[in-house]
Each structure stands twice: as structure tokens, then as C-alpha cells.
Design a protein around this ligand. Sequence first.
Ligand code: HXC
Length: 270
Amino acid sequence: PDLGTYETLELDLTDHVLTLTVNRPKALNALSQQVVVDLWKALTAIQDSCTHDAGWPVRGVIVTGAGGKAFVAGADIREMSAMDPDTASEYGRSMHAVTLLLEKVPVPVIAAVDGFALGGGCELALACDFIYASEAARFGQPEVNLGLVPGFGGSVRLPQRVGLGPARELIYTGRQIDAAEALRLGLVNRVLPTRDELFEAARATLAEVIGKAPLAVGLSKQSIAGAVGRRTSKGLEVEAEAFREAFTTADMQEGTAAFLEKRKAVFIGR
Ligand code: HXC
């Protein structure tokens, strides 16, 4: 499939897992305006490929950063320092759109964090379905050190992930935490000793998901995203719609039939 080529991103598709690497190691993979545009285009291409007709080439995504020292060290401070409020607002909103797209692509997205995930980097990771980290990972929202506030969704998604108290403490202090602390807070799902083991673990989890019915996985994701931040009754409504839609799929017929026939299901993404 043609998912495009990008100035600031590397794409690798292996066994239906797309690894999306932010590739600006000299600036610790900071999210320049070009990176935001590239992320938007790449995620749109992925979204469009997730259909039966397009063959579902991508069934899971790993988001990471190049160079081994940082996942993403934040928004690009050099570019931001020269922005007027309107340009900065556009920049924030364009990254909001990217984070919403990460939550919308109907396949699991794992952030593989090795090294610094600060500010916009932490926020990028938070927009992924969940985070795996290496022992070298460091997280933080250091915006207050720069006279800024989280602008790529951190004030919404960090409290959702770790609860209000810990989120406030991290955002008000700008403090960095290590992988063990991030695990304790529930910010990351798993910590692996090395970068290699980090990617192995992310791929293994995605391989497990790839064995399932793709539409059911996509609808589960949509259902969770629809429920977050809403009243329980509204969340249940969104869930109910997704539940009904699952029943219109061939894969649901196949999955339930396979169970009853005591055989392994063969899913087709339809
Ligand atoms: C632009 C950055 C950068 C960033 C690092 N670099 N982070 N450039 N934007 N966010 C550049 C440095 O300027 C330097 O370039 C090179 O990358 C290597 O970084 P060093 O600082 O030399 O590395 P080190 O001393 O090891 O320190 C690592 C670090 C530090 C602790 C991660 O780089 C750091 O504090 N970075 C900023 C982290 C941060 O505050 N992020 C939040 C940004 S605000 P040269 O050319 O000198 O080699 C944000 C807001 C989001 O994200 C919302 C906006 C709408």
C-alpha cells in the first residue's frame, strides 16, 4: 500500500504492524510544524487503508522516536519562540487534530517510549491507545518551565490517564518522572529493560490483537473513545451503538460460529 513518504517521519510496515518513527534526532524529535503536517497526512493515509476493500494492510501501529535518546522532547521550542498567539493557537489546534486522529484510526496504536517524552512528546504518547516504556524513559509536562501550558491535549488526557491529583502535580511542577514512577501511576502499561525488548513487546501485543476480528477491535476502540469524558449514560449510548454495529459484520457471524463449532475463527475484516 502507498502510505506516502515524509520529510520528518519514517514508516515501516512489517507483518501488518506499521512503525511510525518521528525522525529529527538532532532536535530530540521535537514536533516542528512540519512533523505535525506529516503526522496528519500519514495518519489520514492509514485511516483510509483500514477497510476490507483496501485490504487492511495496517492492523496495528507503533509510534516512536528516532535516535535512542528521546521519544519526542516536546513541541519545537525554537519555532514556538517566534510565534504570535494566533499562529501558536493554529499550531496547538493542528496537533489536537493529530491526537484525535490517533484516537480515531480503527487499529491499536502503542507508543513505544525510550528516552524523553516531555511536553508535546508526553501528549503525543497519551493520544496513543497505551504506552510501553523502556527503563530509560522519562515523562513530564515541563511547559511551566517555559511559561507555557500543555497545548497538545495534556490537560485533558493526563488527568484521564493518571487521575486529577497526580496530573496536577506533574503539570504544576513540570517535574520529570522515570519509567518506574510512570508505571506506578498507570501512565504506562509496561516497562521493558531495553529498547529491543520494548519493540519486541509492542509487536507481540499487536500480533495478539491482529488475530482478532478487526472490525470488533476498531469498534471497541471507538466505543471507549466515545465514552471517555462523557456522562455514563452518554457513554453507554455510544457503546450500545457500537455493539449493534458489530452485529452487522460477517466477522461477528464467523467468530460466534467458530466458538460454537469449537474451531479457530478466520476473520476477513468485513
Ligand atoms: C527544539 C529541542 C527541543 C525542543 C531539545 N532540543 N528539545 N529543540 N524543541 N523541545 C534540541 C536542543 O536545543 C539541542 O539542540 C538538541 O536538541 C539536544 O538537546 P540538549 O538540550 O543539548 O540535550 P540534553 O542536555 O541531553 O537535554 C535533554 C532535555 C533537554 C532534558 C530533553 O533537551 C530539554 O529540556 N528539552 C526541552 C524539553 C521541553 O521543555 N519540552 C517541552 C516543550 S513545550 P542543539 O542545536 O543545541 O544541539 C511543549 C508544549 C506543547 O511541548 C504544546 C504546544 C502547543
